[in-house]
Design a protein around this ligand. Structure first.
Ligand code: AR6
Length: 201
């Protein structure tokens, strides 16, 4: 993942929030978090997260982009998975992608915070269970599935922060968690919110 700076390195560029942080400062975590704007199919991580549907057989949005870039072998492997429930996640290889794996998760249609929370937790559990050290999240459910971008980002950041706090030992083995934003709207939202969930000491 070479050139992607950690949140701590990137911090001065971020708009300083005037609000109080929601979680205590913990450099162990902020050192491991990055915000990156661009096309996730170009990232050379251990895993990228796909915002899929319950069939796991491809679709529009990022799902389409990932299947296009990975090639038809990805679809073949997905056929064998027999779908995935909303809020759950399943892992495949990355095939022609620079990323080694794709973790497919199914976000809720509309605003269902518990289901969205469950997506982030399920992905991180898979990262831990497969001993992966770098993972990039997209903004699950905020495209075709219509979740409000700001509210989805809060769920994403709170869930990841809590997972790290609650899985301390395993979390220390994860080198980098990247929030990959594709729209400038999400870039702005994450710049504003990241300091609240991952404040600097
Ligand atoms: N890299 C990074 N982010 C991207 C990319 C990309 N190449 N392309 C889109 N995004 P969406 P959903 C962002 O609609 O709302 C599919 O048909 C996009 O800007 O892809 O969970 C599935 O098969 C947004 O922030 O996923 C499902 O049927 C985020 O990815 C349905 O869409 C998610 O937007 C899932 O809808």
């Amino acid at each position: 993942i070479g050139d992607i700076p950690s949140l701590n390195e990137d911090y001065d560029e971020m708009a300083q929030s005037l609000r109080d942080p929601l979680f205590p400062a913990n450099e162990r975590w902020s050192d491991r978090i990055s915000l990156w704007a661009g096309d996730m199919t170009t990232l050379q991580t251990d895993a990228i997260v796909n915002a899929a549907n319950t069939s796991l057989l491809g679709g529009g949005g990022i799902d389409g982009a990932i299947h296009n870039a990975a090639g038809s072998q990805l679809l073949q492997e997905c056929r064998g998975l027999k779908g995935c429930e909303t809020g759950k996640a399943k892992i495949t290889k990355g095939y022609n992608l620079p990323a080694k794996h794709v973790i497919h998760t199914v976000g809720p249609i509309g605003e269902k915070p518990d289901a969205l929370k469950s997506c982030y937790n399920s992905v991180l559990d898979i990262v831990r269970d497969n001993k992966l050290s770098t993972v990039a999240f997209c903004c699950i459910s905020t495209g075709i599935y219509g979740y409000d971008n700001g509210r989805a980002a809060r769920v994403a950041l709170e869930t990841v922060r809590k997972w790290l706090d609650e899985n301390h030992e395993d979390a220390m083995k994860i080198e980098r968690i990247i929030f990959c934003v594709f729209l400038s709207k999400d870039d702005q939202i994450y710049r504003e919110l990241l300091p609240l969930y991952f404040p600097k000491a």
